[in-house]
Design a protein around this ligand. Structure first.
Ligand code: APR
Ligand code: PHB
Length: 402
């Protein structure tokens, strides 16, 4: 049995766990990260790729933004397309110069793993049977098996950064958490294709046949999505059928359409909104997808995880440096306020752009009028733009030691 000691035990090496580990490191706070998957799996997992202005600023301030600066694609605007026409929303103009950056989550995770390894602080991949106990005491214990050896980590806090399907949230006793959920009656079929992006900016489309989204990963890789039934099997979709559907939904009357290329990855993702609160039980703090899920339409998932851990790092810094626990006590409330605003925005983007199976002709005409208003009113465009580039951070970077 290997017995280890650290200040913060972090469960999960996704964006939340890795960002938290680095923020703590910058403040001289020790942590051990325990991840159940392999390094390759964690990096290769295909996820979303839009970073809010505040997330970009955070990564830069943390000194982990070199890859982002070199390969990230800054977008000052986006397009909303309906009835065959693309309408431009100039986000930078509407928000006083803010933008989003397209940089795949797997790139973010790869950069953060390299930074973690450079700090020489521990990160265990392929951890088996991860569990913990005594989170309601001042010395919780995380247990896991690694390389055939049973280990336990004695720590002051456990950070539950293990995503929606992790063990941390379900281990909280019944009755502690309130949960809120909406499952949408559709999913997204997503592909990566070897094709140069045919637009410099994202195109969100509401088409008679359903939602579609044009995005990208690099100057040679296009990322596309289209709305499908929630239980759709990807095996039923040939590459030819995927291209036909994507082109039907996205081609506009001026002839714009995505470039076609070899499909190198494809899959179907279900869509849900979920919140669990409070994001704390005793010395266990939930962050990121472990506490909340948003539908990908607003591109908020990774950005909310970054916001949570900034608030948590500030609280832990104050605890260790000044013996203050009031910011730990406020952690959940500060995060949950932002989470609900992101939930509201993601739900609104989703409802505005998708076709619902139970909608009637009135609902559809109202939806088109919504889009018409959105793309012709500067006030409505400003509201979209300020939420899309991200609301101001909940706490200052300085308060988290940056
Ligand atoms: N023990 C250790 N690690 C675990 C366990 C466990 N029992 N269960 C899950 N994990 C790991 C997962 O393998 C994953 O690497 O926790 C990590 C959680 O990472 P994410 O799911 O990426 O969640 P998070 O870090 O909160 O990032 C939020 O991820 O899902 C996307 O769109 C979402 O962009 C958002 C971001
Ligand atoms: C992506 O590029 O994967 C992406 C972009 C915008 C979204 C969701 C996903 O809203």
């Amino acid at each position: 049995m290997g017995s280890l000691r650290t200040q913060v035990g972090i469960v999960g090496a996704g964006p939340a766990g890795l960002l938290l580990g680095h923020l703590l490191h910058l403040n001289g706070i020790d942590s051990i990260i325990v991840e159940s998957r392999s390094r390759e799996y964690v990096i290769d997992r295909v996820r979303a790729g839009v970073l809010e202005q505040g997330t970009v600023d955070l990564l830069m301030a943390m000194g982990v933004g070199a890859g982002l600066e070199r390969r990230g694609l800054r977008h000052d605007g986006l397009f909303i397309s309906f009835r065959g026409r693309r309408h431009h929303i100039d986000m930078a103009d509407l928000t006083g110069g803010k933008a989003i950056t397209v940089y795949g989550q797997n790139e973010v995770v790869k950069d953060l793993i390299e930074s973690r390894i450079a700090t020489t602080r521990p990160l265990y991949f392929d951890a088996e049977h991860v569990s913990f106990s005594a989170v309601d005491s001042s010395s919780p214990i995380i247990r896991f098996r690694h390389g055939g050896v049973d280990r336990e980590i004695h720590c002051d806090f456990v950070a539950g950064c293990d995503g929606f399907h992790g063990i941390c949230r379900p281990s909280i006793p019944n009755g502690v958490l309130a949960t809120y959920e909406r499952v949408y009656p559709f999913g997204w079929l997503g592909i990566l294709a070897e094709a140069a992006p045919s637009s410099d900016e994202l195109v969100y489309t509401c088409h008679e046949r359903g939602f579609a989204l044009f995005s990208m990963r690099s100057p040679t890789i296009t990322r596309l999505y289209c709305q499908v039934p929630p239980d759709e099997s990807i095996d039923g979709w040939s590459d030819g059928a995927i291209w036909e559907e994507m082109l039907t939904r996205m081609t506009t009357s001026d002839g714009w359409k995505p470039n076609v290329g070899r499909i190198i990855q494809k899959g179907v993702t279900p869509m849900r909104s979920f919140v669990a609160a409070p994001m704390r039980h005793g010395r266990l703090f939930l962050a990121g997808d472990a506490a909340h899920i948003v539908p990908p339409t607003g591109a908020k998932g990774l950005n909310l995880a970054a916001s949570d851990v900034l608030v948590l790092a500030r609280a832990m810094k104050a605890f260790y440096e000044r013996g203050r626990s009031d910011w730990l006590d406020e952690y959940s409330d500060v995060c949950v306020r932002r989470v609900w605003k992101a939930q509201r925005f993601s739900w609104w983007m989703t409802s505005t752009l998708h076709r619902f199976p139970d909608e009637n002709a009135f609902d559809h005409q109202r939806q088109i009028a919504d889009l018409d208003y959105l793309t012709s009113s500067r006030a409505a465009m400003t509201s979209l733009a300020e939420q899309y580039v991200g609301l101001a951070p909940e706490v200052s970077f300085e308060s988290a030691g940056l």
